[in-house]
Write a protein that binds this ligand. Structure first.
Ligand SMILES: *[C@@H]1O[C@H](CO)[C@@H](O)[C@H](O)[C@H]1NC(C)=O
Ligand SMILES: *[C@@H]1O[C@H](CO)[C@@H](O)[C@H](O)[C@H]1NC(C)=O
Ligand SMILES: *[C@@H]1O[C@H](CO)[C@@H](O)[C@H](O)[C@H]1NC(C)=O
Length: 385
Protein backbone atom coordinates (compact mmCIF):
# COMPACT_ATOMS: atom_id res chain seq x y z
CA UNK A 1 0.00 0.00 0.00
CA UNK A 2 2.70 2.48 1.04
CA UNK A 3 4.82 1.54 -1.96
CA UNK A 4 1.87 1.80 -4.28
CA UNK A 5 1.07 5.24 -2.84
CA UNK A 6 4.60 6.55 -3.27
CA UNK A 7 4.78 5.22 -6.82
CA UNK A 8 1.51 7.00 -7.43
CA UNK A 9 2.93 10.32 -6.16
CA UNK A 10 6.21 9.79 -7.97
CA UNK A 11 4.43 9.31 -11.24
CA UNK A 12 2.44 12.49 -10.63
CA UNK A 13 5.61 14.40 -9.86
CA UNK A 14 7.12 13.03 -13.02
CA UNK A 15 4.11 14.12 -15.03
CA UNK A 16 4.17 17.55 -13.40
CA UNK A 17 7.78 18.28 -14.31
CA UNK A 18 6.79 17.90 -17.94
CA UNK A 19 4.18 20.66 -17.62
CA UNK A 20 0.54 20.58 -18.49
CA UNK A 21 0.38 21.11 -22.25
CA UNK A 22 -2.58 23.44 -22.08
CA UNK A 23 -4.20 23.32 -25.52
CA UNK A 24 -5.75 26.77 -25.10
CA UNK A 25 -5.96 29.86 -22.91
CA UNK A 26 -9.16 31.76 -22.16
CA UNK A 27 -8.50 35.18 -20.65
CA UNK A 28 -10.77 37.64 -18.87
CA UNK A 29 -9.93 41.10 -17.55
CA UNK A 30 -9.29 44.76 -18.29
CA UNK A 31 -6.63 46.75 -20.19
CA UNK A 32 -3.91 44.86 -18.33
CA UNK A 33 -4.69 41.96 -20.69
CA UNK A 34 -6.88 43.34 -23.53
CA UNK A 35 -5.30 42.23 -26.83
CA UNK A 36 -7.78 44.06 -29.06
CA UNK A 37 -11.41 43.82 -27.83
CA UNK A 38 -11.99 47.50 -27.23
CA UNK A 39 -9.97 48.52 -30.29
CA UNK A 40 -12.17 46.28 -32.44
CA UNK A 41 -15.33 47.68 -30.88
CA UNK A 42 -14.59 51.37 -30.50
CA UNK A 43 -11.76 52.17 -32.90
CA UNK A 44 -8.05 51.41 -33.04
CA UNK A 45 -5.48 52.90 -30.74
CA UNK A 46 -3.24 55.44 -32.46
CA UNK A 47 0.52 55.15 -32.88
CA UNK A 48 2.85 55.12 -30.94
CA UNK A 49 0.94 52.31 -29.17
CA UNK A 50 2.62 49.06 -30.20
CA UNK A 51 5.72 50.79 -31.58
CA UNK A 52 8.29 48.71 -29.71
CA UNK A 53 7.19 45.16 -30.38
CA UNK A 54 4.50 45.02 -33.06
CA UNK A 55 5.70 48.03 -35.04
CA UNK A 56 2.11 49.33 -35.12
CA UNK A 57 -0.90 49.57 -32.77
CA UNK A 58 -2.00 46.03 -31.86
CA UNK A 59 -5.03 46.80 -29.70
CA UNK A 60 -2.87 46.50 -26.59
CA UNK A 61 -2.53 49.42 -24.19
CA UNK A 62 1.25 49.38 -24.25
CA UNK A 63 4.19 49.95 -26.56
CA UNK A 64 4.45 46.18 -26.94
CA UNK A 65 3.48 42.94 -25.24
CA UNK A 66 1.28 42.33 -22.22
CA UNK A 67 1.78 39.75 -19.48
CA UNK A 68 -0.75 37.47 -21.20
CA UNK A 69 1.46 37.50 -24.34
CA UNK A 70 4.41 36.23 -22.30
CA UNK A 71 2.14 33.54 -20.83
CA UNK A 72 1.16 32.39 -24.31
CA UNK A 73 4.83 32.24 -25.28
CA UNK A 74 5.66 30.24 -22.16
CA UNK A 75 2.83 27.77 -22.78
CA UNK A 76 3.73 27.39 -26.44
CA UNK A 77 0.50 28.72 -27.91
CA UNK A 78 0.10 31.68 -30.30
CA UNK A 79 -0.80 35.08 -28.82
CA UNK A 80 -4.50 35.30 -28.00
CA UNK A 81 -6.93 36.85 -30.43
CA UNK A 82 -9.58 39.12 -29.04
CA UNK A 83 -13.00 37.49 -29.23
CA UNK A 84 -14.51 40.71 -30.57
CA UNK A 85 -11.95 41.10 -33.35
CA UNK A 86 -13.64 39.66 -36.43
CA UNK A 87 -10.79 40.21 -38.89
CA UNK A 88 -8.94 36.98 -39.70
CA UNK A 89 -9.46 35.44 -36.27
CA UNK A 90 -7.90 32.21 -35.06
CA UNK A 91 -9.41 30.75 -31.92
CA UNK A 92 -7.84 27.30 -32.17
CA UNK A 93 -5.71 28.03 -29.08
CA UNK A 94 -8.21 30.07 -27.08
CA UNK A 95 -9.65 33.53 -27.06
CA UNK A 96 -9.33 36.74 -25.12
CA UNK A 97 -12.42 38.37 -23.65
CA UNK A 98 -10.58 41.07 -21.67
CA UNK A 99 -11.76 44.61 -22.36
CA UNK A 100 -10.03 47.85 -21.48
CA UNK A 101 -11.87 49.98 -18.97
CA UNK A 102 -13.98 47.08 -17.77
CA UNK A 103 -15.03 46.39 -14.21
CA UNK A 104 -15.99 43.11 -12.58
CA UNK A 105 -19.41 44.47 -11.67
CA UNK A 106 -22.00 45.01 -14.35
CA UNK A 107 -21.64 48.55 -15.69
CA UNK A 108 -24.44 51.03 -15.14
CA UNK A 109 -25.22 54.41 -16.71
CA UNK A 110 -23.12 56.16 -14.12
CA UNK A 111 -19.97 54.08 -14.64
CA UNK A 112 -20.28 54.30 -18.43
CA UNK A 113 -20.68 58.06 -18.13
CA UNK A 114 -17.46 58.08 -16.12
CA UNK A 115 -15.68 56.33 -19.03
CA UNK A 116 -15.74 52.69 -17.94
CA UNK A 117 -16.61 49.92 -20.39
CA UNK A 118 -19.89 48.01 -20.50
CA UNK A 119 -17.85 44.85 -21.24
CA UNK A 120 -17.61 43.90 -17.56
CA UNK A 121 -16.43 40.49 -16.37
CA UNK A 122 -20.11 39.52 -16.15
CA UNK A 123 -20.52 40.24 -19.88
CA UNK A 124 -17.18 38.62 -20.74
CA UNK A 125 -18.30 35.35 -19.17
CA UNK A 126 -21.55 35.41 -21.13
CA UNK A 127 -19.55 36.09 -24.31
CA UNK A 128 -17.47 33.04 -23.44
CA UNK A 129 -20.58 30.88 -22.98
CA UNK A 130 -21.86 31.83 -26.39
CA UNK A 131 -18.41 31.31 -27.90
CA UNK A 132 -18.21 27.84 -26.39
CA UNK A 133 -21.71 26.80 -27.48
CA UNK A 134 -21.37 28.08 -31.01
CA UNK A 135 -17.86 26.79 -31.72
CA UNK A 136 -18.81 23.32 -30.44
CA UNK A 137 -21.89 23.36 -32.65
CA UNK A 138 -19.84 24.51 -35.64
CA UNK A 139 -17.11 21.97 -34.97
CA UNK A 140 -19.62 19.14 -34.88
CA UNK A 141 -21.33 20.33 -38.06
CA UNK A 142 -18.04 20.57 -39.90
CA UNK A 143 -16.74 17.33 -38.42
CA UNK A 144 -19.84 15.46 -39.55
CA UNK A 145 -20.04 17.11 -42.95
CA UNK A 146 -19.79 14.46 -45.63
CA UNK A 147 -19.43 16.68 -48.69
CA UNK A 148 -16.03 16.13 -50.34
CA UNK A 149 -16.36 19.41 -52.21
CA UNK A 150 -16.42 21.32 -48.94
CA UNK A 151 -13.29 19.77 -47.54
CA UNK A 152 -10.86 22.67 -48.03
CA UNK A 153 -13.29 25.11 -46.49
CA UNK A 154 -14.26 22.81 -43.65
CA UNK A 155 -10.62 22.07 -42.90
CA UNK A 156 -9.96 25.80 -42.70
CA UNK A 157 -12.87 26.33 -40.33
CA UNK A 158 -11.80 23.39 -38.19
CA UNK A 159 -8.26 24.66 -37.97
CA UNK A 160 -9.44 27.96 -36.54
CA UNK A 161 -11.89 26.95 -33.83
CA UNK A 162 -11.21 25.08 -30.59
CA UNK A 163 -11.55 21.33 -30.24
CA UNK A 164 -14.64 20.77 -28.05
CA UNK A 165 -12.64 18.62 -25.64
CA UNK A 166 -10.08 21.42 -25.13
CA UNK A 167 -12.45 23.60 -23.08
CA UNK A 168 -12.03 21.46 -19.99
CA UNK A 169 -8.26 21.20 -20.47
CA UNK A 170 -7.60 24.89 -21.12
CA UNK A 171 -6.08 27.41 -18.75
CA UNK A 172 -8.48 30.14 -17.60
CA UNK A 173 -6.70 33.35 -16.62
CA UNK A 174 -8.35 36.29 -14.86
CA UNK A 175 -7.03 39.77 -14.05
CA UNK A 176 -9.86 42.07 -13.09
CA UNK A 177 -10.70 44.54 -10.35
CA UNK A 178 -8.46 47.55 -10.96
CA UNK A 179 -11.31 49.47 -12.56
CA UNK A 180 -13.79 48.54 -9.83
CA UNK A 181 -11.35 50.18 -7.40
CA UNK A 182 -10.80 53.14 -9.72
CA UNK A 183 -14.54 53.64 -10.10
CA UNK A 184 -15.17 53.22 -6.37
CA UNK A 185 -12.49 55.80 -5.55
CA UNK A 186 -14.07 58.44 -7.77
CA UNK A 187 -17.76 57.63 -7.22
CA UNK A 188 -18.31 56.10 -3.81
CA UNK A 189 -18.36 57.85 -0.44
CA UNK A 190 -15.50 56.66 1.76
CA UNK A 191 -17.78 54.78 4.14
CA UNK A 192 -19.19 52.70 1.25
CA UNK A 193 -15.83 51.79 -0.32
CA UNK A 194 -15.60 48.48 1.53
CA UNK A 195 -19.14 47.50 0.55
CA UNK A 196 -18.35 48.28 -3.10
CA UNK A 197 -15.16 46.19 -2.95
CA UNK A 198 -17.07 43.33 -1.31
CA UNK A 199 -19.69 43.50 -4.05
CA UNK A 200 -16.95 43.33 -6.68
CA UNK A 201 -15.18 40.32 -5.15
CA UNK A 202 -18.53 38.55 -4.64
CA UNK A 203 -19.28 39.04 -8.32
CA UNK A 204 -15.77 37.84 -9.21
CA UNK A 205 -16.49 34.58 -7.38
CA UNK A 206 -19.88 34.20 -9.10
CA UNK A 207 -18.33 34.76 -12.54
CA UNK A 208 -15.52 32.30 -11.81
CA UNK A 209 -18.04 29.73 -10.59
CA UNK A 210 -19.95 30.21 -13.84
CA UNK A 211 -16.80 29.37 -15.80
CA UNK A 212 -16.43 26.28 -13.63
CA UNK A 213 -20.04 25.30 -14.38
CA UNK A 214 -19.19 25.71 -18.07
CA UNK A 215 -16.36 23.18 -17.67
CA UNK A 216 -13.29 25.25 -16.75
CA UNK A 217 -10.99 23.43 -14.32
CA UNK A 218 -7.64 25.26 -14.23
CA UNK A 219 -7.73 28.87 -13.03
CA UNK A 220 -4.80 31.26 -12.81
CA UNK A 221 -6.00 34.41 -11.04
CA UNK A 222 -4.14 37.68 -10.55
CA UNK A 223 -4.93 39.95 -7.67
CA UNK A 224 -4.88 43.67 -8.37
CA UNK A 225 -1.77 45.85 -8.56
CA UNK A 226 -0.86 48.93 -6.53
CA UNK A 227 -2.96 51.45 -8.45
CA UNK A 228 -1.86 54.18 -6.01
CA UNK A 229 1.56 53.94 -7.69
CA UNK A 230 0.27 54.66 -11.20
CA UNK A 231 1.51 58.11 -12.33
CA UNK A 232 -2.06 58.87 -13.53
CA UNK A 233 -3.44 58.61 -9.97
CA UNK A 234 -0.48 60.31 -8.35
CA UNK A 235 -0.86 63.27 -10.75
CA UNK A 236 -4.64 63.55 -11.07
CA UNK A 237 -5.58 62.65 -7.51
CA UNK A 238 -2.41 63.69 -5.65
CA UNK A 239 -1.77 62.42 -2.14
CA UNK A 240 -2.67 64.62 0.82
CA UNK A 241 0.04 65.35 3.38
CA UNK A 242 1.37 62.12 4.84
CA UNK A 243 -0.45 59.96 2.27
CA UNK A 244 2.57 59.25 0.04
CA UNK A 245 4.96 56.36 0.64
CA UNK A 246 8.72 56.55 0.09
CA UNK A 247 8.29 55.83 -3.64
CA UNK A 248 5.65 58.50 -4.18
CA UNK A 249 2.69 56.10 -4.27
CA UNK A 250 -0.62 57.15 -2.71
CA UNK A 251 -0.94 54.98 0.39
CA UNK A 252 -4.70 55.26 0.85
CA UNK A 253 -5.39 54.08 -2.75
CA UNK A 254 -3.03 51.16 -2.31
CA UNK A 255 -4.85 50.28 0.91
CA UNK A 256 -8.09 49.96 -1.05
CA UNK A 257 -6.27 47.69 -3.54
CA UNK A 258 -5.02 45.60 -0.61
CA UNK A 259 -8.51 45.42 0.87
CA UNK A 260 -9.72 44.14 -2.51
CA UNK A 261 -6.92 41.57 -2.53
CA UNK A 262 -7.81 40.38 0.96
CA UNK A 263 -11.44 39.83 -0.04
CA UNK A 264 -10.39 38.19 -3.30
CA UNK A 265 -8.20 35.76 -1.39
CA UNK A 266 -11.12 34.81 0.87
CA UNK A 267 -13.34 34.28 -2.16
CA UNK A 268 -10.76 32.13 -3.95
CA UNK A 269 -10.32 30.04 -0.78
CA UNK A 270 -14.07 29.47 -0.69
CA UNK A 271 -14.05 28.40 -4.33
CA UNK A 272 -11.20 25.96 -3.60
CA UNK A 273 -13.17 24.42 -0.76
CA UNK A 274 -16.33 24.22 -2.80
CA UNK A 275 -14.88 22.96 -6.09
CA UNK A 276 -12.43 20.16 -5.29
CA UNK A 277 -11.82 19.02 -8.84
CA UNK A 278 -10.54 22.38 -10.04
CA UNK A 279 -7.17 24.09 -9.60
CA UNK A 280 -7.20 27.69 -8.36
CA UNK A 281 -3.89 29.51 -8.36
CA UNK A 282 -3.94 33.03 -6.95
CA UNK A 283 -0.93 35.10 -7.97
CA UNK A 284 0.16 38.12 -6.00
CA UNK A 285 0.36 40.66 -8.80
CA UNK A 286 0.40 43.44 -6.21
CA UNK A 287 3.74 42.25 -4.83
CA UNK A 288 5.21 41.69 -8.28
CA UNK A 289 4.33 45.20 -9.45
CA UNK A 290 5.20 46.84 -6.14
CA UNK A 291 8.64 45.23 -6.04
CA UNK A 292 9.31 46.48 -9.57
CA UNK A 293 8.20 49.98 -8.57
CA UNK A 294 10.14 50.06 -5.31
CA UNK A 295 13.31 48.64 -6.90
CA UNK A 296 12.98 50.42 -10.25
CA UNK A 297 16.61 51.55 -10.48
CA UNK A 298 18.02 48.15 -9.47
CA UNK A 299 16.15 46.62 -12.37
CA UNK A 300 17.39 49.14 -14.92
CA UNK A 301 14.37 51.46 -14.97
CA UNK A 302 14.33 55.17 -14.24
CA UNK A 303 12.17 56.34 -11.33
CA UNK A 304 8.81 54.67 -10.74
CA UNK A 305 6.77 57.84 -11.40
CA UNK A 306 8.21 58.50 -14.87
CA UNK A 307 6.13 57.56 -17.90
CA UNK A 308 7.04 57.40 -21.55
CA UNK A 309 4.14 58.63 -23.65
CA UNK A 310 1.86 61.68 -23.55
CA UNK A 311 1.53 64.20 -20.78
CA UNK A 312 -0.43 64.22 -17.51
CA UNK A 313 -1.16 67.21 -15.35
CA UNK A 314 -2.81 70.60 -15.90
CA UNK A 315 -2.51 70.49 -19.69
CA UNK A 316 -2.93 66.79 -20.36
CA UNK A 317 -2.13 65.34 -23.78
CA UNK A 318 -3.04 61.69 -24.16
CA UNK A 319 -0.50 59.30 -25.65
CA UNK A 320 -0.81 59.38 -29.45
CA UNK A 321 -3.38 62.18 -29.47
CA UNK A 322 -3.13 65.92 -29.93
CA UNK A 323 -4.42 68.71 -27.71
CA UNK A 324 -4.35 72.48 -27.78
CA UNK A 325 -2.09 73.76 -25.02
CA UNK A 326 -1.85 77.55 -24.69
CA UNK A 327 -3.09 77.95 -28.24
CA UNK A 328 -0.55 75.55 -29.69
CA UNK A 329 -1.27 72.05 -30.96
CA UNK A 330 0.75 69.55 -28.95
CA UNK A 331 1.21 65.85 -29.80
CA UNK A 332 1.34 63.17 -27.10
CA UNK A 333 4.63 61.69 -28.26
CA UNK A 334 6.59 58.82 -26.78
CA UNK A 335 10.03 58.95 -25.18
CA UNK A 336 13.22 57.92 -26.98
CA UNK A 337 13.90 54.83 -24.84
CA UNK A 338 10.67 53.14 -23.63
CA UNK A 339 12.67 50.20 -22.23
CA UNK A 340 13.83 52.47 -19.41
CA UNK A 341 10.27 53.20 -18.25
CA UNK A 342 7.93 51.13 -16.10
CA UNK A 343 4.87 53.12 -17.14
CA UNK A 344 3.99 53.57 -20.78
CA UNK A 345 1.29 56.26 -20.60
CA UNK A 346 0.78 56.85 -16.88
CA UNK A 347 -1.72 53.98 -16.46
CA UNK A 348 -0.42 51.04 -18.48
CA UNK A 349 2.88 49.25 -18.24
CA UNK A 350 5.58 49.14 -20.93
CA UNK A 351 6.64 46.02 -22.81
CA UNK A 352 9.82 45.96 -20.69
CA UNK A 353 7.89 46.20 -17.41
CA UNK A 354 5.38 43.55 -18.48
CA UNK A 355 8.26 41.28 -19.45
CA UNK A 356 9.86 41.77 -16.03
CA UNK A 357 6.56 41.13 -14.21
CA UNK A 358 5.79 38.02 -16.28
CA UNK A 359 9.23 36.59 -15.45
CA UNK A 360 8.67 37.39 -11.80
CA UNK A 361 5.37 35.48 -11.55
CA UNK A 362 5.67 32.67 -14.09
CA UNK A 363 7.65 30.36 -11.79
CA UNK A 364 4.99 30.43 -9.08
CA UNK A 365 6.95 31.94 -6.19
CA UNK A 366 4.29 34.65 -5.77
CA UNK A 367 1.41 32.23 -6.19
CA UNK A 368 -0.80 30.41 -3.72
CA UNK A 369 -0.20 27.51 -4.02
CA UNK A 370 3.34 28.12 -5.40
CA UNK A 371 2.83 26.29 -8.68
CA UNK A 372 4.55 27.45 -11.89
CA UNK A 373 2.33 28.55 -14.77
CA UNK A 374 3.19 25.49 -16.85
CA UNK A 375 2.03 23.18 -14.04
CA UNK A 376 -1.16 25.03 -13.19
CA UNK A 377 -3.27 21.99 -14.17
CA UNK A 378 -1.97 19.59 -11.59
CA UNK A 379 -4.61 19.24 -8.93
CA UNK A 380 -2.88 16.28 -7.23
CA UNK A 381 0.38 18.11 -6.77
CA UNK A 382 -1.58 21.04 -5.38
CA UNK A 383 -3.38 18.99 -2.73
CA UNK A 384 -0.14 17.21 -1.83
CA UNK A 385 1.44 20.49 -0.59
C1 LIG B 1 -25.25 27.30 -24.09
O1 LIG B 1 -25.80 25.99 -24.16
C2 LIG B 1 -26.40 25.54 -22.93
C3 LIG B 1 -26.79 24.10 -23.10
O2 LIG B 1 -27.43 23.86 -24.32
C4 LIG B 1 -27.57 26.47 -22.62
O3 LIG B 1 -28.17 26.09 -21.41
C5 LIG B 1 -27.08 27.90 -22.49
O4 LIG B 1 -28.15 28.78 -22.30
C6 LIG B 1 -26.30 28.32 -23.73
N1 LIG B 1 -25.67 29.60 -23.44
C7 LIG B 1 -25.51 30.55 -24.35
C8 LIG B 1 -24.92 31.85 -23.89
O5 LIG B 1 -25.80 30.42 -25.52
C1 LIG C 1 -23.66 46.26 -3.00
O1 LIG C 1 -24.66 45.38 -3.49
C2 LIG C 1 -25.90 45.50 -2.88
C3 LIG C 1 -26.79 44.39 -3.37
O2 LIG C 1 -26.84 44.36 -4.77
C4 LIG C 1 -26.46 46.89 -3.14
O3 LIG C 1 -27.74 47.05 -2.52
C5 LIG C 1 -25.50 47.92 -2.59
O4 LIG C 1 -25.94 49.23 -2.93
C6 LIG C 1 -24.10 47.70 -3.15
N1 LIG C 1 -23.18 48.61 -2.46
C7 LIG C 1 -22.33 49.41 -3.08
C8 LIG C 1 -21.54 50.33 -2.24
O5 LIG C 1 -22.17 49.40 -4.29
C1 LIG D 1 0.74 77.98 -20.63
O1 LIG D 1 0.72 79.33 -20.28
C2 LIG D 1 0.80 79.57 -18.89
C3 LIG D 1 0.60 81.08 -18.65
O2 LIG D 1 1.35 81.80 -19.57
C4 LIG D 1 2.14 79.06 -18.38
O3 LIG D 1 2.24 79.28 -16.98
C5 LIG D 1 2.25 77.57 -18.65
O4 LIG D 1 3.52 77.08 -18.27
C6 LIG D 1 2.01 77.29 -20.14
N1 LIG D 1 1.91 75.84 -20.30
C7 LIG D 1 2.62 75.18 -21.20
C8 LIG D 1 2.41 73.70 -21.22
O5 LIG D 1 3.38 75.70 -21.99
Amino acid sequence: MAIATSIFWLSLLFVSTKGCHFPAIYNFGDSNSDTGSVSAALGPLPPPFGETFFGQPSGRYSNGRLIIDFFAEKLGVPVLHAYLDSIDPNFRYGANFAASGSTILLADGKSIQAGFSFLSLVIQVSEFEQFKNRTIELYNQVHNAAFPGLSAKTLKIKSRIPRPEDFSRALYTLDSGQNDIHYALISTPKEQLKAHITNATNQFALSTKKLYDDGARAFWIHNTGPLGCLPYFVTNYPPKAGDADQHGCVKSYNEVAQEFNKRLKEKVSQLKTLLHDAVFILTDMYSAKYSLISEAKQHGFIGPMAYCCGHLGDNPVECGKTAIVNGTQVYGASCSDPAKYISWDGIHYTDAANHWIANRIIHGSLSDPPIPLIQACDNHIVTQQ
